[in-house]
Design a protein around this ligand. Structure first.
Ligand code: ADP
Ligand code: MG
Length: 394
């Protein structure tokens, strides 16, 4: 796939609308993992060096179309500034309107303006044309480096690209596309896919179409409990996405038909509630007892999954194995991350929380490629492209 890239364009004295993915995890009012901000730095630095001024836009969380202080991008302002060696980052409390227009107009070459959360307006997710036009009116050129959102036809990703003569992909998107393409073009076998995390309904639909490409599938987190539920096994009070159960049943059928190796956790860490001071213990081999919540894969599951990792030549992983934010429930995720770090494999790990977990395990430099998008990486593997990437093709 050949994309229009920022190296193909001259940016001297141009105002650039730069769409990034600063959808970082925020824990107790602080930035949890800053990988996504760091991921955009090469593009930001290149554009500044080329003489551009930057209008940087992103979403954060799911504020559902209205301002929510806890999802303000203001939190990113200082972090970005310090990552750029103390450079000033201007900020406006909206992404459209008169104040924003003025601030954009007053930008000089080499200056940065960070806009407020795009998703404070419903029109962003609706892909509204008028909203896209308001965003586009702020700048001369468009650059997209928000790989994690390219599977969405949102206004700032998709519609907006028709409103500029000059559009290009940043370095992050270029890197992501080339690593994920490698997984699609003759991956070395066996190909192991590890799926966990919580956003099951968003992701499970894609899994069915990926079965052709993989040899082994192992599951953890809410994803696993959705499959366990589909097998009609007891899951206690574990979190599942009930709407996804019918699809999980179909996937199990397909997996059996193809004789793929498929695992749900053999045993579990169970807790009486989701809290650092919960009572918790590892179950025997089997199901989750009544009223208990599965919060991590158990030690036997870790052993079995580690063995799958050792046998694999190619690995794609999205979604933690447990509630890794809580120390006592992080072991499954951390141990798998370490095992992947030690294995001689081509490994791609994608997703905001998955990256945070790999960083926590301290093995991020041993992973072949860390992909900033979770849902986006899965959809790219399924379809070989994404709506937001298609529009950047040469
Ligand atoms: P990613 O960001 O890597 O794409 P997700 O956002 O889908 O992954 O899932 C990450 C979230 O899943 C984490 O916040 C984690 O606490 C949660 N999670 C993992 N296992 C469980 C579980 N058993 N029960 C509830 N939540 C879980
Ligand atoms: Mg997440």
């Amino acid at each position: 796939m050949i994309l229009k890239t920022i190296e193909d364009v001259g940016y001297e004295s141009k105002r650039v609308f730069l769409r990034v993915d600063f959808n970082i995890p925020v824990e107790n009012g602080e930035i949890g993992d800053d990988s996504r901000i760091k991921g955009a730095l090469p593009t930001i630095e290149y554009l500044l060096k080329s003489g551009a001024s930057l209008i940087i836009a992103s979403h954060l969380g799911r504020p559902k179309g209205k301002p929510a202080p806890e999802m303000s991008l203001k939190i990113v302002r200082e972090k970005l500034s310090s990552l750029l060696g103390g450079k000033e980052v201007k900020f406006v409390p909206d992404c459209i309107g008169e104040e924003v227009r003025k601030a954009a107009q007053n930008l000089k070459a080499g200056e940065i303006l960070l806009l407020e959360n795009l998703r404070f307006h419903n029109e962003e997710e609706e892909g509204d044309e008028k909203f896209a036009r308001q965003l586009a009116s702020l700048a001369d050129c468009y650059v997209n480096d928000a790989f994690g959102t390219c599977h969405r036809k949102h206004a700032s990703i998709y519609g907006i690209t028709k409103l500029f003569d000059s559009i290009a992909a940043g370095y992050l998107i270029q890197r992501e596309v080339s690593a994920l393409s490698k997984l699609l073009e003759k991956p070395e076998k066996p190909f192991l896919m590890i799926l966990g995390g919580a956003k099951v309904a968003d992701k499970i639909g894609m899994v069915k179409n990926l079965l052709d490409k993989i040899d082994t599938l192992i599951t953890g987190g809410v994803m696993a409990y959705t499959f366990v539920q589909a097998k009609n096994w007891e899951i206690g009070a574990s979190k599942v996405e009930h709407d996804a159960v019918p699809l999980a049943k179909e996937i199990i059928k397909e997996v059996n038909k193809r004789h793929l190796e498929f695992h749900t956790p053999l045993d579990h860490i169970i807790a009486d509630r989701i809290s650092p001071d919960a009572h918790y213990f590892a179950t025997e081999r089997g199901t989750v007892p009544h009223n208990w919540i599965g919060v991590d894969i158990g030690p036997q599951a870790i052993e079995e999954y580690t063995d799958c990792i050792k046998r694999a030549k190619t690995i794609f992983w999205n979604g933690p194995m447990g509630i890794y934010e809580i120390e006592a429930f992080a072991r499954g995720t951390i141990e798998l991350a370490r095992a992947i770090g030690e294995a001689k494999v081509f490994s791609v790990i994608g997703g905001g929380d998955s990256i945070a977990a790999v960083n926590k395990a301290g093995v991020s430099d041993k992973i072949s490629h860390i992909c900033t998008g979770g849902g986006a990486s899965l959809e790219f593997l399924e379809k070989g492209t994404l709506p937001g990437i298609e529009v950047l093709k040469k």
